[in-house]
Design a protein around this ligand. Structure first.
Ligand code: MN
Length: 221
């Protein structure tokens, strides 16, 4: 029995915070936990800087502009994405905001290698081997026509791989809970790799922070 449900913002069941306060708040561009050049040589510094300070910042400001002064102001990002899929500005910019935050957090200068523990066991159980998972994931990324993302997700307690177009993600579409995603928009790789998406994905494995992916897995399972 749910007796203590408190949801903030307009539309909530119980609102204890004035909307005038919530309305002054917006989504903020998350800071990176490493320098722009920390992922070199796999992802170059200029790409990282433009990607974070221009692209991600752009999704953030456009998301804020899309919800400011509307009944959506004050909702959390996941509630916005899953509950307002038909609102193109919220879908595109909210997805851009959420996807890139996960992307930065699941990469790092000490990345690469392989996961261990429960995540490693789940990968072996589901895909046969770590290399087989990587192959299927890279295939999803390569076959995503145009711009989008490839994902490793948890759905119904099991790992799965999918891809989404544009800034959509599996939370929005109900396909699963993402624990790792790779950005295959050209802005993510073109400067270093040109049209060579396959080389980018191969290099990207070297910066994946499997400890963070394991944390995401524990949260999703
Ligand atoms: Mn991007």
């Amino acid at each position: 029995m749910c007796i203590n449900i408190v949801r903030f913002g307009s539309g909530g069941l119980i609102s204890t915070t004035p909307n005038s306060i919530l309305d002054t708040m917006g989504f903020e561009l998350p800071e990176l936990e490493y320098d722009y050049d920390a992922l070199e040589p796999h992802i170059d510094a200029e790409t990282m800087e433009l990607h974070h300070s221009k692209h991600h910042a752009g999704y953030t400001s456009k998301l804020n502009a899309a919800i400011e002064g509307t009944e959506l102001d004050g909702l959390g990002i996941e509630e916005l994405m899953t509950g307002h899929f038909d609102n193109a500005a919220v879908r595109n910019n909210g997805g851009g905001y959420w996807n890139h935050e996960m992307f930065w957090k699941t990469m790092g200068p000490n990345g690469g290698g392989e996961p261990n523990g429960d995540l490693a066991n789940a990968i072996t159980d589901t895909f046969g081997s770590f290399d087989s998972m990587k192959e299927q994931f890279a295939n999803a990324a390569m076959t995503r026509f145009g711009s989008g993302w490839a994902w490793l997700c948890v759905a119904n307690g099991t790992l799965c791989i999918c891809s989404t177009p544009n800034q959509d993600n599996p939370l929005m579409t109900g396909e699963g809970i993402p624990i790792l995603g790779v950005d295959v928009w050209e802005h993510a790789y073109y400067k270093s790799y040109g049209p060579g998406r396959a080389n980018y994905i191969q290099a990207w494995w070297n910066v994946v922070d499997w400890n963070m992916v394991a944390t995401n897995y524990e949260g999703a399972i």
